[in-house]
Design a protein around this ligand. Structure first.
Ligand SMILES: NC(=O)C1=CN([C@@H]2O[C@H](COP(=O)(O)OP(=O)(O)OC[C@H]3O[C@@H](n4cnc5c(N)ncnc54)[C@H](O)[C@@H]3O)[C@@H](O)[C@H]2O)C=CC1
Ligand SMILES: O=C(O)[C@@H]1CCC=N1
Length: 264
């Protein structure tokens, strides 16, 4: 039995992914304090909602999908009820395996994971790191659960705040760029629908080319940049406005925020 604690955006994405890859609704429990939301998940997926103590007592794997700020309270509440040898997987930004272990029974195997919202369409990118009592088989199990919503890589835990800043928050950066490009098209007189179509297909196509490891981003950009042409004019403006530095500092800010989230 798997229990998902927190039926928000990411909890639902994981729930949908598990069911889509062969788990039965009877094998999954959800703990969600908002009754309307719990009812919605029950109706949409046919899974049972359970109080935290029941989920902790029945599940052999717990997936913690609550906000980092709620994590310590949730750990303290579930800890006395936890089934022996239960694997605890947290997807919360910034919450270290050391913090999880401190608030769980001694020797509890934990995995810290960082997915992203494209998990909702099966195209997530998740990084995982094991805690100090987690064996290979348990990490494999966590990885296979998360593979139900996309790709998974293993990283040393000291990289998890950087992962959070790159791929965890990353979709928001691309939406920010998309929004800006669409509005630029609208400002130049295009309909929003037409600008959106152009921008969306451009991002999709560019992402597919970038996915081939043989294609370096600089080489791809050079191929678009005709001598004396339009792209060179655009890139010169991006450099003049310090967009490269802005992105680097934005990603550093996300990493630093992730680091601070463990401090409460
Ligand atoms: N949204 C994102 O792009 C990503 C979020 N995360 C992490 O996933 C976690 C959840 O994020 P979202 O799904 O975006 O948030 P959300 O706010 O949509 O979901 C959190 C859910 O937890 C529930 N909850 C609150 N207290 C609870 C308790 N005591 N017991 C059980 N459930 C409780 C809330 O009612 C809510 O439905 C966070 O820790 C976040 O850092 C990780 C990767 C990406
Ligand atoms: O913004 C956040 O804190 C969460 C973690 C990564 C993406 N969203």
């Amino acid at each position: 039995m798997i229990a998902i604690i927190g039926g928000g955006k990411m909890g639902e994405a994981l729930l949908a992914g598990l069911l889509a890859t062969g788990y039965e609704p009877t094998q999954v429990l959800v703990t969600e304090p908002h009754p309307d939301r719990a009812a919605e998940l029950r109706e949409r997926y046919g899974v049972a909602a359970a109080p935290l103590a029941d989920s902790a007592a029945r599940a052999s794997t717990l997936v913690l999908a609550v906000k980092p700020q709620d994590m310590v309270e949730v750990l303290d509440d579930l800890s006395p009820h936890l089934k022996p040898d239960c694997l605890v997987v947290s997807i919360a930004a910034g919450i270290t395996t050391a913090l999880l272990e401190k608030h769980l029974p001694a020797d509890t195997p934990v995995v810290r994971a960082m997915p992203n919202t494209p998990a909702l369409v099966g195209k997530g990118m998740t990084a995982v790191a094991a805690g100090s009592h987690t064996g290979d088989a348990q990490l494999d199990h966590a990885e296979s659960l998360l593979r139900s919503v996309g790709d998974v890589v293993r990283v040393p835990e000291h990289h998890m705040d950087t992962v959070t800043a790159l791929s965890g928050s990353g979709p928001a950066y691309f939406y920010f760029i998309a929004e800006t490009m669409i509005e630029a098209g609208v400002a130049m007189g295009m309909t929003r629908a037409a600008a959106r179509k152009l921008v969306t297909q451009t991002i999709t196509g560019a992402a597919e080319m970038l996915a081939d490891p043989a294609n370096h981003p600089v080489v791809l950009r050079e191929a678009v940049t005709s001598p004396g042409g339009t792209t060179a004019a655009a890139v010169r403006e991006l450099e003049r406005h310090g967009v490269r530095t802005a992105f680097t500092e934005a990603i550093e800010a996300a990493r630093d925020r992730s680091r601070r989230l463990s401090e409460g």
